[in-house]
Every structure is written in C-alpha cells, then in structure tokens.
Design a protein around this ligand. Structure first.
Ligand SMILES: Cc1ncc(C[n+]2csc(CCOP(=O)(O)OP(=O)(O)O)c2C)c(N)n1
Ligand SMILES: [Mg+2]
Length: 396
C-alpha cells in the first residue's frame, strides 16, 4: 500500500462532508465560526460505542483476549486514579501544578498499548497514561510538578522521552529520531504526542514535511481534546485536523479518542505502516479535556457546562466497563479488585510525593556552563546572600 493510495482513500472518505469551505464574507465567517470537528464526527473510526456496544469497522479490526480487555480497563482506571490523586495533591499544596488527563484515558492507553518496547515515545506534559503503559513509575512524573527535579526518569530506560512543555517541539524531536532509526536500519517506530493547539505550531508543520519527504517511521498522535487552554479547535483549523496530512502526502485518520479499542487498532496499524517503511501517519484522536487545562486554569470562564456534560456520556472507562459486564468478561470481584488496587496506588502516590527530598537550592546554578561563567558566579553569590538573609532574619 503506498502513501498516496492510502492518503487518497482516507481522504475520499472524508470528502464532500466538509462544512468549512463555504463561501462567506470574512465578517460572516467570523460570526458563524465553523465547527469542522463536530461536522466530521461521522468520520470517526469506532469499535466500541458510547453505550458499550461492540461494532465493526471495515478497515480496522481488533481481536483481544478477555485478559487483554480487562487489562485495558485496569490501565484506564489506575491512570485516572493516579491523575485524580495528583490534582488533589496540587490543591493541598504538594505540587506546584498539574495537567490532568481526565477524559483522555482511552486515547492514551489505547495508543500506549499499541507500542512495542523498542518503539520510542515523545510525549507532551499530559501523557500520564502513555507513561503508565511504558512502565514509568507514576510517582516519577510528579517530581517536576513538585519542582524538585527537571524530569524524573531516564528516557532511555523505557523509551519514553521527558515531558515537553514547549508546544509542538517534540514532533521535531520524534521526526529526527525516526530518521535516525531509519538510518540504523531498525524496524522500530516512533510516536509523537501533541494536542490540537500544537497543530498550529511551525514545528509540527516542519515535522510533517520532513517525515513525509524522508518517509520516516513516525506516527503523529494528535489528541484533539477540543481546547488549547481557552482556545477552541475552530481557532486552530478550518478543516478537520486529520485531513491536514493529505497536503503533506501521508494518510490521516480520525479515531474516536474515547474508544480504547479503536485507538489501539488505529495506532497499531499506523505503527505497522511505519515499520514497513511506508512512512508517517497522522492519527487524530477525537476526545475531550474534561478538566481544566491545568490546575492554574478555570474553564468555567470560557466554556459551557453543557459541552462537558455531553462528553460525560461518552466516557471512555464507563463504555468499556459496560461492555465487559454485558459480555461477562469482568465480574464484580474483578472490578472490586481494580478498585482496591487504585486505592493502594493513590496511597503510595501520596506518601512518595510528601517525602520527596527538596533539591539543594544552589543546584540551579550547576550545569549551566561546562567551565563556569562569571555572570553565573555573580548570580550564585547574590542568591546565596539572599538565602542567608532569611537565616539572619530568623536569628534576630
Ligand atoms: C511554544 C509554546 N507556546 C505557548 C505555550 C503555552 N501553552 C502551554 S499549553 C498551551 C496549549 C496547548 O494546547 P494543545 O496543544 O491543544 O494541548 P492540550 O493542553 O490541550 O493537551 C499553550 C499555548 C507553550 N508552552 N509553548
Ligand atoms: Mg488541546
């Protein structure tokens, strides 16, 4: 299957439905902000409906064992619990900030479980579920948010890069890494996570160009959670995001980001394409950020409750749970055991965070220049004097 043929086929499916290309005066277009995302809902690849009903898709099949299905449920429940605990810890003053993944569990667990150990992940700052799938201890994610370290894990131990705050930049890192994988002749793949907002960044556009031209083995996994802080997706694009791939010469696919089975199937297929030397794929996981952008944000100031309520009905965990229960794949004892496990995880997270050692306050001046610098020396001395002034004040 060539890049062109796949791209053409995928985009034919999306053709004719576009509502954004309507001719309108600039003022009118502004007033009636198009909603390409909603208009293209029917383009979603879905294998599990919001009601928990299993459906088939002509291009994407999945056949998981009962154990694997239960595993996806457990992953999502534990990830959500960890995330809720982190939000609470921030409210208690134990973390400086937290970026919640609430609502995006299926997108992250589905794509995360599609990866092979030798694949390499470049996350944003919200990929706690993917980190979980990579085997990164969840407590290691919290050091940076507590302000006690600059990362918290060795990226090469789990092939999971450090969290990246500079929006979209990791798409370039992933592309470069994928080009390296290609030169090494390895058959592993690379995945870059980013958001709908990041899709407007030049870094992402450059990544698309380079990866397409070099046929790099990279999957661009865009979690379209409908918001970039307070900016809705309509402010990022006039076409559904997945259609952007066409202009670069590789396929784009929109998947129901709240359907863990579909996210797994679509990501698996995209990774296989990359491994087979067929180049990049853009996966747009259509989902919703149920919480605030971060704990510093108040979404009630810019979005309506009704929108959140509508997405609540599409909850990723609830729909899988319904399916597992209806099909007799999980019984009450199993669900209870997962609940119990999440309690234990929550307790461990609280204990570990509260006992994280504070860094040496002077450490920030280390590793700035290999051979030191007069300006850094001056700043170090100033800061030492400032710190000492507190001790002096206490003595007096
Ligand atoms: C280069 C850059 N510009 C601006 C910011 C500030 N910023 C932080 S998060 C964010 C929005 C990102 O939205 P999106 O890509 O949709 O990801 P989400 O937070 O929704 O997961 C912005 C603009 C930044 N961190 N880096
Ligand atoms: Mg977003």
């Amino acid at each position: 299957m060539t890049v062109e043929s796949t791209a053409a086929r995928k985009n034919t499916r999306g053709g004719g439905k576009r509502t954004t290309a309507k001719k309108a005066s600039p003022a009118k277009a502004k007033a009636a902000a198009p909603a390409p995302a909603e208009a293209e809902q029917d383009q979603l690849v879905q294998l599990l409906t919001p009601e928990g009903k299993r459906v088939e898709h002509p291009e994407y099949a999945i056949d998981l064992s009962d154990g694997e299905l239960r595993g996806l449920y457990r992953d999502m429940v534990l990830t959500r619990r960890f995330d809720a605990e982190a939000t609470t810890l921030q409210r208690q003053g134990e973390l400086g900030l937290w970026a919640s993944l609430l609502g995006q569990e299926a997108a992250q667990i589905g794509s995360g479980r599609a990866l092979r150990d030798d694949d390499y992940v470049f996350p944003t700052y919200r990929e706690h579920g993917v980190a979980w799938c990579r085997g990164v201890d969840p407590t290691n994610l919290l050091g940076m948010f507590r302000g006690v370290n600059n990362g918290g894990w060795d990226p090469n131990s789990n092939n999971f890069h450090l969290y990246t705050i500079v929006i979209g930049s990791q798409a370039l890192h992933a592309t470069g890494y994928a080009m390296g994988v290609q030169k090494d002749g390895a058959d592993s793949a690379v995945i870059a996570y980013f958001g709908d907002g990041a899709s407007s960044q030049g870094d992402v556009a450059e990544s698309f160009t380079f990866s397409a031209v070099y046929n790099a083995p990279v999957v661009f996994f865009c979690q379209n959670n409908q918001w970039a802080i307070s900016e809705p997706t309509e402010k990022q694009t006039r076409v559904p995001l997945y259609q952007r791939a066409r202009g670069y010469g590789f396929p784009g696919v929109r998947v129901d980001g709240n359907d863990v089975l579909a996210c797994l199937a679509v990501t698996r297929a995209a990774l296989e394409r990359a491994r087979a030397g067929e180049g990049p794929t853009l996966v747009e996981a259509f989902t919703y950020r149920m919480g605030a952008h971060t704990t510093s944000d108040d979404p009630t100031r810019y979005r309506a409750d009704e929108e959140r309520e509508a997405w609540e009905a599409k909850d990723p965990i609830l729909r899988l749970r319904t399916y597992l229960e209806t099909e007799g794949i999980a019984d009450q004892a199993y669900l209870d055991s997962v609940e119990e496990e999440s309690e234990t995880l929550g307790k461990r997270v609280r204990e570990v965070v509260r006992t994280m050692p504070d860094p040496d306050t002077m450490a920030i001046f280390e590793n700035v220049y290999a051979d030191g610098h007069a300006l850094v020396d001056e700043e170090r001395a100033q800061f030492a004097a400032y710190q000492a002034s507190f001790a002096d004040a206490e003595e007096n």
